[in-house]
Structure formats: structure tokens, C-alpha cells
Design a protein around this ligand. Sequence first.
Ligand code: HEC
Length: 155
Amino acid sequence: MHILFNHIKKYIKIILFSILSIFFVSSSNAELTVEEIVKSRQALFSKNYSTAKRVQAFSSKGDFEKAKKLMIEMSENYKVLIELFPESTEDEFDTEALPTVWEEKDAFNALMTKASEDMIKLTTVIEDADDIRGTLKQFMWSNCKACHSRYREEH
Ligand code: HEC
């Protein structure tokens, strides 16, 4: 039952995110409500998390073409995410983002950009990597941790 609920929750998030994506194309973020911005960044992080797990699975199986496609998708998602932290969304709607995001906006944005760029680097090194797990850790997972440890609440 719990698993089913989590699945439903996940799909609701994906649907919500898809609807919001349409808004991004047709209008600027300024027209989204604060709640929509917080919810859409959370949905996008969740999506990146499930995509990262698929990147890991495909890479481990040696299915690099599929893995690389998803790496590029994650890289693009980070570029959207960087725009989803306007001042008005600090401390709103159960956000787990810490005030440090806004206190150190340049450093936060730099980490997001690094995370995005590292996913592209990953597409160029993964196939020839001797240590797949270690390479994924270096270019993908370590960026999650580096950012969360300073900019996201303990959960
Ligand atoms: C540059 C910073 C940064 C990077 C890089 C980053 N995150 Fe996050 N992440 C955040 C912040 C900030 C939040 C809190 C967002 C909120 O609640 O408004 C968050 C929230 C999340 C959430 C919770 C979403 C929800 O439903 O509330 C998940 C899951 C997550 N991140 C996974 C990841 C994974 C996996 C990676 C790496 C592949 C990653 N993040 C990379 C900053 C980052």
C-alpha cells in the first residue's frame, strides 16, 4: 500500500511538472505563483533523482547510448533548476532549500552549473572508464552531495 502510494505521488509530481513545463515555454517564471515554483523545482529534483538511478543502471549494463541521452537530459534540467530559486521563494511552502541558497547565490548557482557541465563531461568519459561506479560518483553523485550538504535541509 505504501509503495503504491509512493508511486501515485511520483506520477502526480511528474504530471504537475509536465503541466508547469508548458508554462515555462509560454511565459516567464515571474507569472508562476511562489507555490508553483517551489513545487516544480521539487518535482524536477525528484525527476533528476530517478533519472540518475537509470543512468547508473544503463551504464552498469554497458548500454551507453541510453545512459548518455539521460545524462544530457539531466544537464538540461539543471539549467531549468537554476532559474527556479527566485528571492520570493525562500522559506515558502515546505521548501527544503536553506537560507544559504539566497545568502550565497553565486556559489549556489556555480554548483548548479558545475553539476550541469559535469553531466556533459560524463557523456565523454563513461564509455572508456575503467571504473564505471567511481566515474558516476565523481561526475554525478558527488555534485548532489556537495550541494545538499550546504543548501538543503536534513531530511
Ligand atoms: C546546486 C544544488 C543542488 C544539486 C547539484 C542537486 N540538488 Fe537536489 N536539491 C537541492 C535543493 C536546494 C533542494 C530543496 C528544494 C526545495 O525543497 O525547494 C533539493 C531537493 C532534492 C530532492 C527532494 C525533492 C522533493 O521532492 O522535495 C531530491 C530527491 C534531490 N534534491 C535529489 C538530487 C540528486 C539525486 C542530485 C544529483 C543527481 C541533486 N539533487 C543535485 C539542491 C541541489
